[in-house]
Design a protein around this ligand. Structure first.
Ligand SMILES: Nc1ncnc2c1ncn2[C@@H]1O[C@H](COP(=O)(O)OP(=O)(O)OP(=O)(O)O)[C@@H](O)[C@H]1O
Ligand SMILES: [Mg+2]
Length: 434
């Protein structure tokens, strides 16, 4: 409202009042004339107000009411405000439309979940991959719609999870889905679901292939090893020139047998669900027997091997698997530590769970290798290891055994000083002895 229009409005009011008073004066009733003029003004303003209301409630495109003076300005300003607001709204709508049409084109499902776990919005692919129905499922809790316990666990623990969750679809078990959840805003979550069936099938083919080849090679190798043993039992009857070759054949055949056993064990660890072989294990006798085996393996190399056990050492798991994992670490320490070196095996329990560490003062491992040690066939120095006969499967087995027991392996090593390999096992699997 400009000061000039306000001034002219006041002036107009004064003029009308004066005209009313004059007319009243002529008729002998000044007061009545003034009141009549003011009433007329009031009725006119009420009429303009009513026009304004009517216009504001009508559709955006309807004609702006014609008026002059103060009311003309009010109508003009409101008209500009409405036009600006309409343009902003149009721009926002077009941004929303563009985002929606790009997420509709995505083949991955995208779902927005509020801080309490209720579905807020999802794209077209979520309907196909997760069987969501829009808009009926809006506001539903996500775990009411995807009930797989593995998903429920994953959803409730997202603040810990770094990796996605890979499970079969609840709609079609032949479809494998990868879920990943990210937090944003004030505790809301964005869930992206991808169909990884092809990748999963390829991975399964790789596992099956390795398992089948290992299995198929076992029988012929057993026959070869058998004949080699018979031959070396009758060494007198053989030409002495063949003796060395026979020894080497036997040694390599045994190496191949050990390799096949490890590959089969890995395949089983990857494929089988843990469960039926679980039992309560007394770790003390298990660790004492590994300790004794390590001393036997060390033999004349004279390592000093210490064993220390703190806590109840009762644990729920698969004994054969844990034996295999722990012995791998202890035998590695013996294998990769110089003669007479010191090795210490330690079990302890705390609020996080049970821990088994194997430390040595051997050659240690350079930092660039540490991340890759648990890969199959990975060896720090192939030439050195070929003399010690390792295949590089030991730590891969340890890693898988830990995963199956919901634990993990940590490795700390300093070149020239030594290494510590520690298996961390979850508290939930410890059995209370008190
Ligand atoms: N205590 C250790 N000190 C130094 N290096 C180690 C130690 N433990 C493992 N390594 C290194 O890590 C590599 C991988 O170990 P892993 O147990 O997987 O295989 P491996 O011992 O070579 O063969 P396998 O255990 O299958 O017979 C080893 O080749 C070795 O180079
Ligand atoms: Mg090993």
């Amino acid at each position: 409202m400009t000061p000039s229009s306000l001034r002219s409005a006041i002036l107009q009011l004064l003029k009308i009042s004066l005209a009313g008073a004059l007319l009243g004066g002529l008729l002998g009733h000044i007061g009545l004339g003034l009141a009549g003029a003011l009433l007329l003004c009031l009725v006119w303003h009420l009429h303009q107000l009513q026009r304004l209301l009517h216009w504001l409630n009508s559709p955006y495109k309807s004609q702006v009411p014609e008026a002059r003076g103060l009311w003309g300005e009010v109508f003009d300003s409101l008209h500009h405000m409405r036009r600006r607001e309409h343009e902003v709204r149009k721009r926002m709508q077009s941004v929303i439309n563009r985002i929606q049409s790009s997420t509709t084109a995505l083949s991955d499902a995208v779902v927005m979940i509020d801080r309490d776990g209720h579905l807020e919005w999802w794209n077209q692919a979520a309907n196909t991959l997760l069987g969501l129905r829009s808009p009926d499922d809006a506001g539903q809790h996500v775990t009411n719609l995807i009930r797989d316990p593995r998903f429920v666990d994953y959803f409730e623990l997202t603040h810990h999870a770094r990796e996605g969750l890979d499970i079969p679809s609840h709609i079609d078990p032949n479809v494998q889905l990868m879920f990943s959840l990210t937090r944003y805003g004030r505790g809301e979550r964005l869930m992206v679901v991808r169909d990884v069936t092809r990748l999963h099938n390829l991975e399964q083919m790789r596992k099956d292939f390795v398992a089948n080849v290992s299995h198929e090679l076992r029988t012929p190798l057993t026959v070869i090893v058998g004949y080699l043993e018979t031959l070396s039992d009758n060494a007198d009857a053989i030409n002495p020139r063949w003796k060395r070759a026979l020894d080497q054949m036997q040694q390599q055949a045994r190496r191949m047998q050990a390799l096949l056993t490890d590959l089969l064990l890995l395949a089983r660890l990857e494929n089988d669900e843990l469960g039926r072989d679980e039992e309560v294990i007394q770790l003390a006798p298990l660790l004492h027997s590994i300790h004794q085996d390590a001393r036997d393996v060390s033999g004349e190399r004279g390592h000093q091997i210490k064993l220390e056990i703190q806590g109840g050492a009762l644990f729920k798991g698969v004994e054969a698997e844990l034996r295999s994992a722990f012995s791998n670490l202890v035998f590695n320490a013996v294998k990769y530590t110089q003669d007479g070196g010191q090795i210490s095996i330690r079990w302890w329990e705390d609020v996080h769970g049970g821990h088994l560490s194997v430390s040595d003062n051997g050659a240690g491992i350079a930092p660039e290798h540490l991340n890759r040690l648990t890969e199959r066939f990975y060896r720090v120095d192939a030439s050195r290891n070929s003399s010690t006969g390792g295949t590089g499967l030991g730590l891969a087995i340890v890693k898988h055994v830990m995963l199956r027991h919901q634990g993990y392996l940590s490795i700390a090593s300093t070149p020239e000083k030594g290494s510590t390999f520690t298996c961390h096992l979850p508290e939930a699997r410890l059995i209370d002895t008190v």
